[in-house]
Design a protein around this ligand. Structure first.
Ligand code: NAD
Length: 474
């Protein structure tokens, strides 16, 4: 068994009569339960979040920073427990789970630094009057995070909210609830006042549709699919509330003719299958110059076929299962559609014949533009590799979708690097690296991939309002 995860409201852990099962995707066994919030629980969460905001927003930034750093240090100490809970709920390997915990801690540590530097400014004026601009915390935040990064996704939202002086009602994924439970425990142990961080779980639509319209909530933050993000943004707009949205992607990778295609192929495959491809920045649509196409593809496929797939708790495992049975069905449908439309399957293409939601590392080649996988985010271990004749053709195809989260290029000449960096329509463009997001760099999308930025100097600003103070001096 893993854990029975309760709600956390006003500093109290609260069990509920109704619960949902937590399933280990590597075994399909039920390993615990998660609480289901009812209306009274949500009412209570709103009341304590409003109270928590009043106290926390007037707590000094140094004190806020100190508590966040203490909580983060505790999470680093507890890394093995947290990583294990992530692996058994989400499936990723223990090594990846540990890296996720470290990344989550970095999000906290970065915002703990930012919160003492939330500078405003003084606007030049004539003698007798002063104009000041200050950033104040916006108010209680309703935040929603998905199952692909059970600890670092909620960490990013909680970090921005708490660092800026907001309180937060966090609804992390019911399928992977333990990561955020560990966060709340660390904050409780670090002395965060009751009501500042609250956790609810249950029926996602019921919770979001209850919380977002309520006057206590001043801001929405969500990571998940574009469809749900648009729905929540519409509700937020109706109630005139800002919405920070990190939504889907379908990241293109342009491989130019002036790079080492073998090295690019190996690093692309290594990155593609991280977290079983269930990453919004996962490199997916590869547009490879025809002169290096064969060598790139061969190196990619050899690497993909060498990946050891298994239970994430096994130290030898490099890729775990996908997180739930919905992904298996969705991936198989995309592969079958591509095959029917003439694409070549280079490796994988099917579920593994054993217990657990295991899908083979898959690469397909020469997909027509109308293949569903070329337009719909696979969100799984599926790579799509196509040859192109020029950078212009690659850019046109890369930018053809309504997504624009992460985009990548492999290029050597300054001219090629510049064309790709300028030409790709995305919030995050990475050249010769497939890393798209770090604590210190702003992350977010354009087009249907979202609104706003998390991390960097920009992230924390979303959790604030700008207040202008005009002071007529006697
Ligand atoms: P989904 O879109 O229903 O759920 C995604 C997340 O949003 C889940 O954590 C879910 O609990 C939450 N959610 C769903 N409806 C909600 C609502 N009305 N209010 C509040 N939260 C809600 O579907 P899914 O099967 O879990 O995932 C499918 C797709 O979602 C994936 O294929 C992928 O494109 C996208 N996704 C994106 C990310 C990301 O990091 N951007 C993470 C997970 C899933």
């Amino acid at each position: 068994m893993n854990a029975d995860v309760p709600l956390y409201i006003g500093g109290n852990w609260r069990k509920t009569v109704e619960t949902l099962p937590i399933i280990n995707p590597a075994t399909e066994d039920v390993i615990g339960t998660v609480a289901v919030a009812g209306e009274q629980d949500l009412e209570d969460a709103l009341a304590v979040a409003a109270e928590g905001f009043r106290a926390w927003s007037s707590t000094s930034p140094w004190k806020r920073s100190e508590i966040i750093l203490k909580a983060s240090a505790l999470m680093r100490e507890r890394i093995e427990d947290i990583a294990r809970s992530i692996t058994v709920e989400n499936g990723k390997s223990l090594a990846e789970a540990r890296l996720e915990v470290i990344r989550g801690c970095e999000f906290f540590e970065w915002d703990a630094g930012e919160c003492v530097r939330l500078y405003g400014r003084v606007i030049p004026s004539e003698p007798g009057i002063r104009y000041m601009v200050v950033h104040e915390p916006i108010g209680p935040v309703a935040a929603f995070s998905p199952w692909n990064f059970p600890m670092s996704q909620p960490a990013r939202k909680i970090a921005g909210a708490i660092a800026s002086g907001c309180s937060v009602i966090m609804k992390a994924s019911e399928e992977t609830p333990s990561g955020v439970m560990h966060i709340a425990q660390a904050f409780e142990d670090a002395g965060l006042p009751a009501g500042v961080l609250n956790l609810v779980f249950g029926i996602p639509a019921r919770i979001s549709e209850f919380l977002i319209p309520r006057h206590e909530i001043r801001m929405i933050a969500f990571t998940g699919s574009t469809a749900v993000g648009k729905h929540l943004t519409e509700i937020a707009a109706r109630h005139m509330k800002p919405a920070l949205m990190e939504l889907g992607g379908h990241a293109p990778v342009i491989v130019c003719d002036d790079v080492d295609p073998v090295a690019a192929g190996i690093s692309s495959a290594t990155r593609k299958y991280r977290n079983s491809g269930q990453v919004c920045t996962s490199p997916t649509r590869f547009f490879v110059h025809e002169s290096v196409y064969e060598r790139f593809t061969k190196a990619f496929v050899e690497k993909a076929q060498s990946i050891r797939v298994g239970d994430g708790l096994d130290p030898a495992t490099q890729m775990g299962p996908v997180a739930n049975d919905r992904r298996i069905e969705a991936l198989q449908a995309l592969v079958d559609d591509g095959r029917a439309k003439g694409a070549r399957i280079l490796c994988g293409g099917h579920r593994l014949e054993k217990r657990g939601y295991f899908f083979a590392p898959t690469a397909m080649a020469e997909l027509p533009d109308d293949a569903r996988a070329m337009r719909e985010e696979p969100f799984g271990p599926l790579a799509l590799i196509n040859p192109v004749r020029s950078i212009d053709e690659a850019l046109e195809k890369a930018n053809a979708l309504p997504f624009g989260l992460a985009a990548y290029g492999f290029a050597r000449s300054a001219a090629n690097v510049d064309r790709i960096a300028r030409g790709l329509e995305a919030g995050n463009v990475s050249i010769n690296t497939l890393e798209a997001s770090r604590a210190e760099t702003p992350f977010g999308g354009v087009k249907d991939s979202g609104l706003g930025r998390e991390g960097g100097a920009e992230g924390i600003l979303h959790y604030t309002i700008v207040k202008t103070i005009s002071h007529l001096v006697e």
